[in-house]
Design a protein around this ligand. Sequence first.
Ligand SMILES: NC(=O)C1=CN([C@@H]2O[C@H](COP(=O)(O)OP(=O)(O)OC[C@H]3O[C@@H](n4cnc5c(N)ncnc54)[C@H](O)[C@@H]3O)[C@@H](O)[C@H]2O)C=CC1
Ligand SMILES: O=C(O)[C@H]1O[C@H](OP(=O)(O)OP(=O)(O)OC[C@H]2O[C@@H](n3ccc(=O)[nH]c3=O)[C@H](O)[C@@H]2O)[C@H](O)[C@@H](O)[C@@H]1O
Length: 447
Amino acid sequence: MALKITVIGTGYLGATHAAAMAELGFEVLGLDVVPEKIAMLQRGEAPMFEPGLDELLRKHVAGIEGSSGRLRFTQDWAEVGAFGDVHFLCINTPQKHGEYACDMSYVDSAIASLAPHLTGPALVVGKSTVPVGSADRLARYLADHSPAGADAELAWNPEFLREGFAVQDTLHPDRIVVGVRSERAEKLLREVYATPVAEGTPFVVTDFPTAELVKTSANSFLATKISFINAMAEMCEASGGDVAKLAEAIGYDDRIGRKFLRAGIGFGGGCLPKDIRAFMARAGELGADQALTFLREIDSINMRQRGQMVELAREALGGGPFLGKRVAVLGATFKPDTDDVRDSPALNVAGQIHLQGGQVTVYDPMGMENARRVFPTLGYADTAVEAVRGADVVLHLTEWREFRELDPAALGEAAAVRLILDGRNSLDPVLWRKAGWTYRAMGRPTA
Ligand SMILES: NC(=O)C1=CN([C@@H]2O[C@H](COP(=O)(O)OP(=O)(O)OC[C@H]3O[C@@H](n4cnc5c(N)ncnc54)[C@H](O)[C@@H]3O)[C@@H](O)[C@H]2O)C=CC1
Ligand SMILES: O=C(O)[C@H]1O[C@H](OP(=O)(O)OP(=O)(O)OC[C@H]2O[C@@H](n3ccc(=O)[nH]c3=O)[C@H](O)[C@@H]2O)[C@H](O)[C@@H](O)[C@@H]1O
């Protein structure tokens, strides 16, 4: 009989994981503590914008005409405890307020709610990104707080999906990593992931600390590539070089690779920034000073990029205060193809200029609702052209395809001054300059 799977926490990761598990043929029950999310999911609607997810939900959510009926959602812990053979934890692990460390309270609370309801045999599988050592602590908690007959066991299975590609990444991952303490746990996880493994996805079996560290080091490496290229952008800026050409040229070396070498306002989102900070905090606790010092530099280069963008805008406007200047901001999400504005470099830059007296108007194809909620005092427009109307400078801060397809000539009619700063190094300078715009990007020649 097919395994029964529960997914606890149905946000960006969990909603996708639940739908993907149903697609792989399992009976799935998702749980969240936010009633609005459950209500949306029960209607087959994703609680966020993620390409392809609504379609996958509608294909499987029970009660929707023509669906497989394999996917249901609930708020009832007893139902979840009794339902599953494998319980995936997809709970948020944000940065603690005012500290670098990871806030594990949401995961702790979810395990505390689940444990007493488990019926055996039950495998609880952590997917959240956590500080190394957490799985060991949670395994002990589970052993102490689940009913004896439940035979409950913990495994750790970090997730590597990217927002914007979440469905594809979940169904066809680069690799599957599992931290396990028994053959039973490994066997169950091999059963869960039999389809991608049969398609050739590597299945890496390891211990708890390694599984936890694989996740945080993978994100740290990605962050390192971005901060490296941003440091090179500074060198290019100082010497007249072109960081886009430099990235292309070094990227042809297979050992370096071309991905994650786009210079600009740096990385944001609900993961990379908080994950490297949590890694730093944990490195500090463990006395791993090299790791701490190294990651601190990656983080500070990244945060500096946002300030650099503000200074570039100030300089382009002739220096001095932003007071009375009209600034159009294209992009609010932390990257394209998502509505996620968590720790968004674009909103951060927009906010800094606004707080310094600039009259900022933001437009984003998908992130307007979330941006308005977290930054209600910024100005917002319904289209790119409206945002640009009367602007003294245009900042391109999230590289949506819609912005690459804009007609610079038409936009020029709306702007007061044809001045564009490309914070994502992804517009075509030739096209914009041809239409009479002054185009500037960090680490690129001025003309
Ligand atoms: N968003 C992403 O692309 C990826 C996220 N991750 C990791 O996955 C974890 C989850 O991240 P997201 O999905 O982005 O966060 P999220 O905030 O979108 O989703 C977390 C969900 O857990 C729910 N929740 C909180 N406390 C709960 C409790 N006690 N019981 C049941 N549900 C509870 C929340 O209501 C929320 O819906 C984090 O550790 C993150 O670092 C890992 C890889 C990719
Ligand atoms: O742990 C997580 O949650 C996830 O974090 C990242 O995924 P994601 O946050 O969706 O976004 P990325 O595509 O990695 O982009 C992160 C940030 O880096 C920026 N970036 C990316 C690439 C680049 O060349 N330059 C650059 O500034 C993006 O604009 C964005 O702000 C990782 O890529 C995933 O593998 C991981 O699972």
